[in-house]
Design a protein around this ligand. Structure first.
Ligand code: X8Z
Ligand code: ZN
Length: 603
């Protein structure tokens, strides 16, 4: 269930957490914004604890009983939310202080899931949201040939490690057998959520989501398009080279040198980040070993030690230790005896006093990065804990997603060597190209994916993609933006969008695209704060209290001011800008252009 309590809407990307059911009446004085806001906040705090508990238990024990509890909690929350928005609309034009005006504005943005006012429809929407996420979380593929049933983490491992074309395809197509039952549910979900969005004054749910960025809807669309245009040339070079290398690995008959790349060969279930196939792409084999996976296994890392490793980076910056409750209450490994939502998330329970993560940690580098990502959310929660409830959120949702990833950019070979996770640090042009290739396979490859998910949803919500063409619309965008294609036929009997968590989880996705651009802005600014001089790709802010101070200041602002102010506090500029990511990868781009010079790029 991905209902966000409206107070925290703009930010808590991940946490299915801050939910606040409430008796929908008794929000008293409608003439005084200050009193109204106090009333809203105190009611919501009281109730958030109960709702948070219901969602947490649901996500960590998927059963019919927890579905009832979570969807009932969601229903009450949705009712409260609609009521509060309606009242805030009545108050918004009264004279008030700037802080109250900001608070009212955040309420009026609504949540990622607005419900219709009609009680039966609200209940239906809440049940659908709970069930959709439950289907995803409990999904398993039972292979008819072997009768073996596999969970998502198991199937992801096949894609990460196998280099057998057919074996990868079986895992890829197998996972997509879990989502067709979602299709009629999703169709109804869209109808109901759109109705809710219209009742709070938006054109549709997509427009409501686009309205969360301190600018107009059209302006936001242009802004994300502008950023995409800035980075698209990088992606095309990477795509071109990866396609050629995969052609060498699998043969030109399976991976032709023109056209789209088969989606199941990129090391990831959704072809969203490609770091797992670095072994096929390593530009200068043997120069600078970057095999962190091997070191983690050899040194007997486990979920707790990996989490402690991530925590240690944050504390090296002067940020606080995680509270004891984090360690007792988080779910760090996949329980053997029950279904859970394995998709990693961070939860801000009990008003900043009980932050937790939920992750099915496996011992590998990708999961270590995800742990840093999740702790980025947790440190945001901890740093804005003293803000009033309505301001407990990221400056915008992309900020929340970018914090942990910014830290990962500081996990340079020198840092990894200091941790004993790579054997040596080689300083050479060839070593740099190897390192950059590995990072680009994650960060540059992600960009079109990060953009297209909501491109699909915005069109679904507006009706431009109708239910009869959900899957065709999805693959059109996958091909247009990513240059990938399914290797087995897809039809409207499939519902491939449902096989990606954020669709059944109803989590907006443009935040991740923005985050991938902004994390390089943040990294650059923090390296400057740390007094670093030199090429950005060699900078690590590990142990820099000056960088930590700067980061902490920005985090503690929460959502109290429009995001350009938070951006300014950290970077000295007020805009999102792709120049830092482009500059960062300059060395690799030179290499790719050289490799691609006799190739026909594009698809
Ligand atoms: O969903 C996530 C995080 C939690 S907010 C694990 N991410 C996106 C994804 O997995 O699709 C992080 C990067 C993109
Ligand atoms: Zn996240």
């Amino acid at each position: 269930m991905r209902i966000f309590f409206f107070l925290l809407v703009a930010t808590i990307g991940l946490a299915a957490c801050q939910q606040t059911p409430a008796p929908a009446d008794e929000l008293t004085p409608l003439s005084d914004p200050v009193e109204f806001l106090q009333d809203v906040e105190s009611q919501s705090l009281e109730l958030a604890k109960e709702a948070g508990a219901a969602y947490w238990v649901r996500a960590t024990h998927i059963t019919p009983d927890t579905a009832v509890l979570a969807s009932k909690a969601g229903e009450r929350q949705l009712a409260f939310q609609s009521k509060v928005i309606e009242q805030a609309r009545q108050l918004k034009d009264l004279p008030m202080d700037a802080e109250s005006a900001r608070a009212i504005e955040l309420i009026l943005r609504g949540s990622s899931l607005p419900a219709p006012d009609d009680a039966a429809k609200r209940a239906e929407l809440s049940t659908l949201a709970t069930e959709l996420e439950g289907i995803y979380g409990a999904g398993k593929y039972c292979d008819p040939k072997t009768n073996v049933c596999s969970t998502l983490p198991e199937l992801e491992n096949v894609l990460a490690k196998s280099r057998d074309y057919a074996e990868q395809l079986n895992a890829w197509a197998g996972w997509r057998t879990i989502s067709p039952p979602m299709r009629p549910m999703y169709e109804r979900f869209v109808e109901l959520a759109n109705e809710g969005a219209r009742e709070v004054g938006a054109k549709d749910l997509g427009d409501l989501w686009k309205g969360g960025y301190d600018m107009g809807v059209a302006e936001f669309e242009q802004e994300s398009e502008r950023l995409w245009n800035q980075v698209e040339p990088l992606y095309e070079e990477l795509h071109c080279h990866v396609r050629a290398q995969l052609g060498e690995t699998y043969g030109e008959d399976l991976v032709p040198s023109t056209g789209s790349i088969p989606a199941h060969l990129l090391g990831n279930m959704w072809s969203q980040s490609w770091g797992n196939i670095y072994d096929l792409l390593e530009p200068y084999p043997g120069v600078a070993s970057l095999d962190v996976n091997k070191a983690l296994v050899e040194q007997n890392y486990d979920a707790v030690r990996m989490t402690q490793t991530a925590e240690a980076f944050f504390t090296s910056l002067g940020l606080p230790e995680l509270p004891d409750s984090f360690w007792t209450n988080s779910m760090l490994t996949k329980p053997a005896d029950r279904d859970v939502v394995c998709h990693a998330s961070a939860w801000d329970l009990d008003n900043g006093n009980d932050p937790r993560i939920k992750q099915c940690v496996e011992v590998n580098e990708e999961q270590l990065s995800t742990l840093h990502h999740e702790l980025g959310h947790i440190y945001y929660y901890l740093m804005y804990k003293e803000q009033r409830p309505l301001f407990k959120g990221g400056a915008h949702d992309g900020f929340h997603e970018a914090i942990g990833d910014t830290i990962v950019l500081s996990m340079t070979p020198a840092y990894l060597k200091a941790k004993g996770l790579v054997p040596e640090v080689i300083q050479s042009q060839q070593a740099t190209i190897n390192e950059q290739m590995k990072l680009a396979l994650d960060k540059i490859a992600f960009l079109p994916f990060g953009k297209l998910i909501d491109q699909w949803r915005w069109q679904v919500f507006s009706g431009a993609i109708s239910p009869e063409s959900y899957n065709a619309g999805w693959w059109n965008l996958r091909t247009r933006y990513q240059g990938i294609a399914p290797a087995v036929e897809r039809t409207e009997a499939d519902f491939d969008p449902g096989a990606k968590y954020h669709i059944p989880g109803n989590t907006p996705y443009t935040r991740y695209f923005l985050s991938h651009v902004m994390q390089f802005q943040f990294h650059k600014a923090l390296c400057e704060a740390a007094g670093y001089e030199g090429p950005l790709h060699n900078c690590s802010i590990y142990d820099s209290k000056a960088a930590g101070e700067k980061l902490g200041q920005m985090l503690s602002m929460g959502a109290s001011q429009p995001w350009p102010e938070a951006m300014y506090a950290l970077t000295g500029q007020r805009e999102m800008d792709a120049s830092p990511i482009i500059d960062y990868f300059q060395p690799l781009m030179g290499y790719l252009q050289e490799q691609n010079k006799d190739r026909q790029c594009g698809w």
